[in-house]
Design a protein around this ligand. Structure first.
Ligand code: HEC
Length: 129
């Protein structure tokens, strides 16, 4: 009996570790406040607020959700649900032009996982969540 119990325990343990390793679906929603804001704060805001050179040149103020959604002096940079055509994603991926890859002048550019967060947020509707 003791032996049987330990086999049961062992197989339960194996099953639970398998469950942890399995891909988790559906993907949890990305939050503007807890996931996106820290990236903007660390990598964009120093230039994209009044007085910063990114703001002076493009008009893009990234201090708030509203100002981010307003975009540059040429218009919106976020198209909710469509990361492929959103300028915000194009510039961090360096898809527009090497000279306007953001963060401006940062060698290597933004880390892939951070770009992934921004992309997911846009694809999930760019909500103020
Ligand atoms: C070191 C300063 C600096 C940092 C940091 C920076 N930017 Fe910029 N950004 C600029 C400048 C300068 C321009 C204007 C570039 C130009 O028009 O030549 C600009 C322009 C832009 C534009 C407008 C592009 C267009 O269509 O003309 C977007 C969008 C943008 N930045 C997004 C970001 C994002 C997102 C981040 C953070 C991941 C970021 N920037 C970080 C300086 C910066």
């Amino acid at each position: 009996m003791k032996r049987f119990q330990s086999i049961v325990v062992l197989s339960l343990l194996m099953m639970s570790s398998w469950a942890v390793a399995a891909p988790q679906t559906p993907t949890p929603p990305v939050s503007y406040k807890t996931d996106v804001t820290p990236i903007i704060h660390d990598y964009c805001l120093s230039c994209h607020e009044p007085g910063g050179k990114g703001f002076e040149k493009s008009g893009l103020d990234m201090r708030t959700y509203a100002s981010l959604m307003k975009g540059t002096k040429f218009g919106a940079i976020v198209k909710p649900g469509d990361s492929f055509t959103s300028i915000l994603i194009q510039v961090v991926e360096g898809r527009v032009h090497a000279s306007i890859k953001m963060p401006y002048g940062m060698s290597g550019g933004l880390a892939k996982d951070k770009i992934g967060v921004l992309k997911k947020w846009v694809d999930q509707g760019a909500k103020d969540n």
